[in-house]
Each structure stands twice: as structure tokens, then as C-alpha cells.
Design a protein around this ligand. Structure first.
Ligand SMILES: Nc1ncnc2c1ncn2[C@@H]1O[C@H](COP(=O)(O)OP(=O)(O)OP(=O)(O)O)[C@@H](O)[C@H]1O
Ligand SMILES: [Mg+2]
Length: 298
């Protein structure tokens, strides 16, 4: 599968007609798997000759695929359109090196008005080439659903980050979203998972629990995927400075029926990590009372 960096290079080759065709393919996407050319005509309002030319070009660049039933946008096309929109709205100057290439998302370094940012592109449903061969028969149906799921996840994470950071809570600041891509402030921290030596690990654990508590009691959200993989810590001379909780697409409101169980699991994951890595043990019962605001006692 192509990368966001490759898509960024394609954006220079595309013109307004190409973007109009890509936009039509995205906007018509939620209801159909393949989009016939007459619907693209109707939706984009472009002359048929121009549409045909663009479709051929986009297909040649592997940004869309053609099928007897119509056309379909693929992740690289979605990337190109999202990057173009983010650039033309002034939210992104460029995409740099990857910060992390994961299972369901890729995160890149970028710049926005000269400032460093993180660019997170959702990639739900990404499977290996071998899997593609094995699952070829189901591919078209799944891909359609995955693109829609990626856009929904990005929208949910963006809304959660906007609410939490608006309340001054310890999460990256979201700057803009387009389709399945989020631009947010870049945290210059290290993933908790990779921290081995830090002074005052107990203080760090309490800082993390205080962040979880504020997101729950002031922000009304449970992250629901919290672990040493979703906590970034800024460190200077082995001393921790600040904590940021990342990765919020799956967060649930505090009013959700499972919120309490999910919060318990989040807290448990963090306590277990501190116990194993730093031999810092805090009682689960106390920690849970603390994050739910039932006790202030430290
Ligand atoms: N705002 C940010 N600033 C700096 N680095 C970030 C930022 N957001 C994410 N990252 C980096 O990208 C990685 C993946 O981000 P995130 O946890 O949000 O995605 P994910 O959905 O967990 O991806 P995966 O599918 O790999 O699990 C993080 O572990 C972190 O290293
Ligand atoms: Mg993560």
C-alpha cells in the first residue's frame, strides 16, 4: 500500500479537475461501492470529456480503480485529496518522515506555518499483500467499508481532541481534519513504553493518573485504549516534565454503560506497566477511586 509521503508527491501532478473528480468519488462513497461515470458527471458538474481524461489519469496514478461497475477511490486517492485540502486551507505545508507506522494508522511529521505538527492518517483494514491475495474475493466490499470507517474514526478522534484540549487537558492540540487525516500539535515526548530510566517514576505515575482523572471528570471521556503505547512523556535530564495522552478515536463518554469497566482497564494497564518496569506499586482500588474523583488523597 502506498504511503502518505507518496501521495504528497502525487498532489503536485493533479489539477482542479482531478480534485473535483476525487471529491465526487468520496462524496458518493458512503452509499455505493462503485460509482458509475454518469453519477460522477452529475455530481461534479464537469464536462464529460474532462471527467474521462481525469479518470484515466487518476487510474494511471493508482489513486482510483476501475471496474465494469464503475470507479472506486482507494487509500492513496483519499490521501492525495485530504493532503490537498489541508494544504489549500493553510493547515499543512508539507509531510516529512514517519513518526510511527502502525496497524491502523500512519503518523508523520509535518509542518504547518513553519511549526512542527503530527499528521495522523487512518488506515483501517490495511492487510498484507498475502492477505489481499487470500481475501481477494471479499476485497471490494471490505475496502469500501474500511475507507468509510477510517474517515469516521478520524472525525471521532478529532472531535474528542477538540473537546479535551479545549478544556486544557493533557492531549495534543488538534489543528484540522480532512477526510481520514488529522493534523495536530507534535508532542516532543517519548512513548512511555520506551522509558527505562526516569527519576521519580512514582511521581510520573501519579501525573498520568491525574491526567486520566481530568479527562474523565472534566472532559467526561474514558480513553478505552490506554497503555504504555498511548502515553507520551517529555523528559529532560532523566526528569519527566509533561505527560500527553494520545490516540482517542475509540474513547467513550463517562455516561456509557461500559465506561466504568473501560476506565478500570485503562488504569489497570498503567499500574501493571509501572509495577513491572519500575517496581512502583499502587493499589488498584485507590487508583480507581482517585481517577473517578472519589478521593483526592495521594
Ligand atoms: N501528536 C503526536 N506527536 C508526536 N507523536 C505522535 C503524536 N500522535 C501520535 N504520535 C506517534 O504515533 C504513534 C501512533 O499514534 P496513535 O497511538 O495515535 O495511533 P494508533 O492508532 O495507535 O496506531 P496503531 O494502529 O499503530 O495502533 C504513537 O505511538 C506516537 O509514537
Ligand atoms: Mg496508539
Amino acid at each position: 500500500m502506498s504511503t502518505l509521503r507518496e501521495a504528497a508527491e502525487f498532489t503536485g501532478l493533479l489539477n482542479p479537475d482531478d480534485y473535483a473528480v476525487l471529491s465526487s468519488l468520496v462524496e458518493l462513497l458512503p452509499n455505493r461501492r462503485y460509482i458509475p461515470i454518469d453519477l460522477i458527471d452529475e455530481h461534479s458538474g464537469l464536462p464529460p470529456k474532462k471527467i474521462e481524461f481525469s479518470l484515466g489519469k487518476l487510474e494511471g496514478l493508482n489513486l482510483i480503480v476501475k471496474d465494469p461497475r464503475g470507479y472506486r477511490i482507494v487509500y492513496s486517492g483519499l490521501d492525495a485529496l485530504a493532503l490537498h485540502r489541508l494544504r489549500s486551507r493553510g493547515a499543512l505545508d508539507g509531510v516529512g518522515l514517519p513518526l510511527a507506522l502502525g496497524k491502523e494508522s500512519d503518523v508523520y511529521e509535518g509542518t504547518s506555518n513553519g511549526e512542527p505538527v503530527a499528521v495522523k492518517a487512518f488506515r483501517i483494514g490495511r492487510i498484507s499483500f498475502r492477505d489481499i491475495k487470500r481475501k481477494r474475493g471479499y476485497l471490494s466490499r471490505d475496502v469500501h467499508e474500511w475507507l468509510v470507517a477510517s474517515m469516521r474514526s478520524a472525525a471521532r478522534e478529532y472531535a474528542n481532541l477538540t473537546m479535551l484540549s479545549g478544556k486544557g487537558l493533557p492531549v495534543p492540540t488538534p489543528m484540522m481534519r480532512s477526510l481520514h487525516v488529522i493534523v495536530m500539535s507534535k508532542v516532543s515526548g517519548i512513548l512511555l513504553r520506551y522509558i527505562r530510566d526516569v527519576s521519580d517514576p512514582r511521581g510520573l505515575l501519579l501525573e498520568i493518573l491525574s491526567g486520566v482523572r481530568d479527562c474523565y471528570t472534566k472532559g467526561g471521556l474514558v480513553n478505552a485504549d490506554l497503555s504504555e503505547f498511548n502515553i507520551l512523556v517529555e523528559i529532560e535530564d532523566f526528569k519527566w516534565r509533561t505527560v500527553h495522552i494520545i490516540d482517542w478515536p475509540q474513547a467513550v463518554p463517562a455516561s456509557h454503560v461500559n465506561a466504568s469497566d473501560l476506565l478500570r482497564r485503562d488504569v489497570y494497564n498503567v499500574l501493571r506497566f509501572f509495577s513491572k518496569r519500575f517496581k512502583v506499586d499502587i493499589s488498584m482500588e485507590w487508583a480507581f477511586r482517585y481517577v473517578t474523583g472519589l478521593t483526592n488523597f495521594i
